[in-house]
Design a protein. Structure first.
Length: 95
């Protein structure tokens, strides 16, 4: 994951790092990871996933759910997409 703009906070296998524009992180298959923008500034990043494994469709589908405005079933719909695409949430995650 390459940070294009802003600063993102990454957690990879319980290690937290702030990654700024122009820097990248590598996440191996199966590593527990998360990322979040904890600043007041916008951020963007480029994600390269090899082999592709249809991750682009997963992220597009999640974006559609999040942008649908249907907050009542949003979490349930995202979980269904995670199941469909084989994305396994960290059981220790608080949300």
């Amino acid at each position: 994951m390459y940070v294009i703009d802003g600063t993102l906070t990454f957690v990879i296998d319980e290690t937290t790092s702030e990654i700024s524009a122009g820097s990248a992180v590598f996440i191996r298959k199966g590593q527990i990871h998360a990322y979040e923008n904890l600043t007041d500034e916008d951020s963007s990043m480029l994600i390269v996933s090899t082999p592709g494994l249809n991750h682009e469709s997963y992220f597009s589908s999640v974006a559609n759910v999040l942008n649908s405005g249907d907050e009542g079933s949003r979490d349930q719909n995202v979980r269904a997409l995670m199941d469909q695409y084989g994305v396994v949430p960290d059981p220790a995650a608080s949300h």
